[in-house]
Write a protein that binds this ligand. Structure first.
Ligand SMILES: [Fe+2]
Length: 232
C-alpha cells in the first residue's frame, strides 16, 4: 500500500486532531497493507551495498551505546587523498550479528517512499520531519523508559515489537522519565505487528521491550510547534 495522505497514517483526521494530537497516543492495528512494499530489510541491504554511506547516515547501537565510526567504516582513496568514515557493509553485518541494532538516520534522503512520507507529514504538520529506520536483531534487549522531544509516528514493517506507553503529561518535562523507576502501570501495552501504526505525542514516557525476531520499524519525528508565551 502506498501512503499518499495523512489519513493513511492517522485514520479519521477529525478524530485524530480532536482526541489524539498532542494529547494521547494512538495505535492502529494493520493500518498499512503489505508493509514490506513500503520498505523491507532487503531494500535496506540493497542501499547498504549500492550506496557510499557515511557513518552519520547509519549508526550502530548496542545496549544504549553508539559504536564509534571506526568500528564499521573504512577509508577510501581518491587520487592522493584519503577519506574516512565510509560505511563498510561487512563491518555492519559483523556488529549486527553480534547483537547491535542498525539505526538509519535520515532514511528519507535514501529511499523514495520514506521521502514521500517525510514531505507529506512536513506539509501536514507545518514542520520538518525526519524519518529513521531501526533494524533490531532478535537478541535486542529493549529500551528503558524515556521520552522524546518530538511527536513520533511509528510504522512497524516486519517482526514484532512490544511498546509500553504511559499517559501523556499535561505539562511536559522532557528528560525527567529517564531516571524514574516508580512509574504507574502503562496506559497502553501493545505488540506492534507489521502494518501497525503508532502515534506518540512528544514528552510521553514509553519503553520498548525485548523481542524474539529481527524487527524493522520506521519512526517519523516532527518537533512540536511551541509558541513562546513570554512575548519576547
Ligand atoms: Fe523513543
Amino acid at each position: 500500500m502506498e501512503i499518499t495522505s495523512f489519513s493513511d497514517i492517522v485514520g479519521d483526521e477529525d478524530v485524530f486532531w480532536a482526541q489524539h494530537f498532542d494529547r494521547r497516543p494512538l495505535h492502529r492495528r494493520k493500518a498499512i497493507s503489505n508493509p514490506d512494499d513500503f520498505l523491507s530489510i532487503q531494500d535496506l541491504d540493497e542501499v547498504l551495498r549500492h550506496e557510499r554511506l557515511r557513518s552519520a547516515q547509519l549508526l550502530m547501537v548496542r545496549d544504549g551505546e553508539v559504536y564509534p565510526p571506526h568500528a564499521y567504516t573504512e577509508r577510501i582513496r581518491l587520487a592522493e587523498w584519503e577519506f574516512d568514515s565510509y560505511v563498510d557493509p561487512e563491518g555492519v553485518y559483523r556488529l549486527f550479528n553480534a547483537g547491535a541494532s542498525m539505526v538509519w538516520a535520515g532514511i528519507q534522503n535514501l529511499h523514495p517512499k520514506a521521502h514521500v512520507l517525510s514531505r507529506l507529514l512536513a506539509q501536514e504538520l507545518n514542520t520538518r520531519c525526519d524519518v529513521m529506520a531501526f533494524v533490531t536483531p532478535g537478541s535486542w534487549q529493549g529500551l528503558g523508559i524515556h521520552d522524546d522531544p518530538s511527536d513520533t509516528y511509528v510504522i512497524q514493517l516486519s517482526g514484532i515489537k512490544r511498546w509500553r506507553i504511559w499517559a501523556t503529561p499535561v505539562s511536559r518535562n522532557l528528560g525527567h522519565y529517564r531516571l524514574s523507576s516508580d512509574m504507574d502501570e502503562p496506559q497502553m501495552d501493545v505488540s506492534m505487528e507489521p502494518g501497525d501504526i503508532l502515534y506518540v505525542p512528544y514528552g510521553t514516557p514509553h519503553a520498548m521491550i525485548a523481542e524474539e525476531d529481527t524487527s524493522l520499524h520506521i519512526t517519523a519525528t516532527a518537533p512540536p510547534i511551541l509558541l513562546d508565551a513570554s512575548g519576547d
